[in-house]
Design a protein around this ligand. Structure first.
Ligand code: F6R
Length: 609
């Protein structure tokens, strides 16, 4: 996820681009850059780091122009360096491009361009677009962009300027967001409305596979064959703060709702046309994958709940033994590791010191370490032998939501990848599970429709002090995560517990007024979870059951409330089951008037032991 912005009109473009990019920093902030077309031709300034670093570079060496494009980056291909920052140029510096998304066939396009004599200055997928436009120097710029859009696969929101067309920006969209702002004698483009909201409230949404031709006086939108398409314009009523949250009252609610897109982006390019799982970034020799005889998964907090799910997935699908550890405990139990051990360290931030210390310890014992992070080039990514990324864009709310569901998806995919490469599961079964994973953006989208039901049900619980979240097998990590969300943002005592373990002690806490939430989506233990929930009901608990659609009748007699999530096969379904529990914590906290984005005593990244 990156932020793009463009301006064409009478003003100094930087006066629009810089505040615009600052408004988009929530989309990415590891590097930034601008390209202006002015009297001296095309000038590009870019820096690694935050917008403040770019502003300092522009102050040190001012540039001018009234047509310009700018970008704030969340790295996906190539480390967050100045060289990899956008805009990217062609060989002779006449074309500049900014891009949000992923060009999936970049490697093949790049190889071909290099064979034809193009020289690349970065490691990014984006740079291929600049060179492809360069190859079309004799074409009208919009025709060239339409042509390039037909060649590039994947998700693209791009904006292109070329020195021979100094009063024009051509942009295009497929998959990644792009909106146009209509001004008076000036026009704007951006990935999101906050970038230009202070200048205009007239907004045009751009559909997929559309090319936008922007001058100060005109906005023309065409399909990829050059046919003009109708423009529908609307007037925005939000203020700037509301716009940054995409119209949602909080970042957490926005991020919960971004989960289908985050999962789509995370899956992109990882399953080929035949259903085979490919991790092009995972520089791990297949020999190592075949040699490992034990797996450890290490993480903290919500990431640890993803680790719990990984244990079930990897053991079930590969028959490799898996140990899971809370990172701050790992080193102190003297774990038995050697060069046949695979250690998976999970940290959305990639900077959690407990997790870093644990994987460094594991590496020192000879283990192979794979990191799973949402931040490209984070400390975890650099320390690990190989790395996998979720692709959520920045998560601003302190409580992890979209980073968690995408961790689950990546770990499920990684479990199946191990099974595929070790030959432990038949291809048909892998194919069915992969197909279900590919459906998750749609099933999670449907799970988001449960919000009104959950808001209605939680209204009466603002003063409830005790919650239990119970589940068995794959539903147990979901229970743990539901309880953690409630604790951290609503400041309520909530226990996540294995449903079958309650009778060994905690059942003595169940009485009238205690809310017990049972998760029963993992079908091979559902009947047992239901019996356990009967035991909670018999002691006076208020019972909420999270089940799959179609199972409502089975639980009607035990449950005071039933939440039915869309069906997916076991383990995959738990991604759907997490969503209502995020809403449950959110609406209880909200009803209490709490700041859900910044809960007390917590930090988004924990860099102390
Ligand atoms: C919970 C939460 C924390 C983090 C934990 C690990 O909502 O945000 O429990 O999950 O601090 O953080 P990462 O994944 O960055 O290592």
């Amino acid at each position: 996820m990156c932020g793009i912005v463009g301006y064409v009109g009478p003003r100094a473009a930087l006066d629009v681009l810089v505040p615009g990019l600052e408004g988009l920093e929530y989309r990415g902030y590891d590097s930034a850059g601008v390209a202006l077309i002015g009297a001296g031709g095309l000038t590009v300034t870019k820096t690694a780091g935050r917008m403040a670093d770019l502003v300092a570079a522009l102050d040190a060496e001012p540039i001018t122009g009234s047509v310009g494009i700018g970008h704030t980056r969340w790295a996906t291909h190539g480390a967050p360096t100045t060289g990899n920052a956008h805009p990217h140029r062609d060989c002779d510096g006449t074309v500049a491009v900014i891009h949000n998304g992923i060009v999936e066939n970049w490697a093949a396009l790049r190889a071909k361009l290099i064979a034809n004599g193009h020289e690349f200055a970065s490691d990014t997928d984006t740079e291929v677009i600049a060179h492809l436009v360069e190859d079309r120097a004799d074409m009208d710029l919009a025709d060239a962009v339409r042509d390039v859009m037909k060649l590039a696969d994947g998700s693209l929101a791009i904006a292109v300027v070329r020195t021979d067309e100094p009063k024009r920006i051509v942009a295009a969209r497929r998959g990644s967001p792009l909106v146009i702002g209509r001004g008076d004698g000036e026009n704007f483009l951006a990935s999101d409305i906050p970038a230009f909201l202070r200048h205009t409230k007239k907004v045009i949404a751009v559909d997929d596979d559309r090319v936008v031709d922007l001058t100060a006086e005109s906005i023309v939108i065409t399909d990829l064959d050059g046919n003009e398409t109708p423009i529908s314009e609307r007037e925005i009523e939000w203020d700037l703060e509301a716009a940054e949250k995409g119209g949602y009252p909080t970042f957490m609610l926005k991020e919960i709702n971004e989960q289908p897109t985050a999962i789509t982006d995370t899956l992109r390019g990882r399953i080929d046309g035949t259903g085979r799982i490919e991790f092009s970034e995972l520089e791990l020799d297949n020999k190592i994958i075949r040699m490992i005889d034990k797996v450890f998964v290490i993480a903290c907090g919500t990431s640890y709940h993803a680790a719990m799910m990984a244990k079930y997935a990897i053991e079930r699908w590969t028959r490799l033994p898996v140990e899971i550890d809370i990172a701050s405990e790992f080193r102190y139990r003297d774990p038995v590791l050697d060069d046949r051990s695979l250690v998976i360290g999970i940290s959305q931030s990639g900077e959690t010191i407990d997790t870093l210390a644990a994987i460094r310890y594991a590496k020192a014992q000879g283990a192979t370490v794979v990191g799973l992070s949402n931040v490209v080039d984070s400390a975890l990514a650099r320390d690990a032998d190989a790395v996998l990324y979720t692709r959520c864009g920045p998560e601003i709310g302190v409580a992890a939501t979209k980073t968690f569901t995408t961790q689950l998806v990546m770990l499920q995919l990684f479990g199946l990848y191990l099974a595929q490469n070790r030959g432990t599961l038949d291809p048909g079964t892998i194919g069915n599970l992969v197909a279900a994973i590919k459906e998750l953006p749609q099933t999670v989208e449907r799970a988001l429709q449960l919000e009104d039901q959950i808001r209605g049900m939680t209204g009466e619980w603002a003063d409830t002090r005790d919650f239990f979240f119970l589940g068995r097998a794959g539903d147990f990590p979901v229970a743990m995560e539901g309880a953690l969300k409630l604790k951290e943002i609503a400041y309520v005592r909530a226990e996540g517990y294995p449903a079958g373990e309650m009778k060994h002690g905690p059942i003595s806490l169940i009485e009238k007024g205690v809310v017990v939430i049972g998760i029963a989506t993992d079908s091979h233990v559902r009947a047992k979870t239901l019996s356990n929930m009967e035991e909670m009901k018999a002691r006076g608990g208020t019972i909420v059951m999270v089940v799959e659609e179609g199972d409502e009748d089975e639980v009607a007699s035990v449950a005071d409330h039933v939440i039915a999530v869309p069906n997916s096969p076991d383990l995959i379904c738990i991604v759907n089951a997490v969503v209502p529990l995020q809403f449950l914590a959110y609406h209880i906290a909200n009803a209490k008037g709490l700041d859900v984005d910044k809960p007390r005593n917590l930090a988004k990244t924990v860099t102390v032991e």
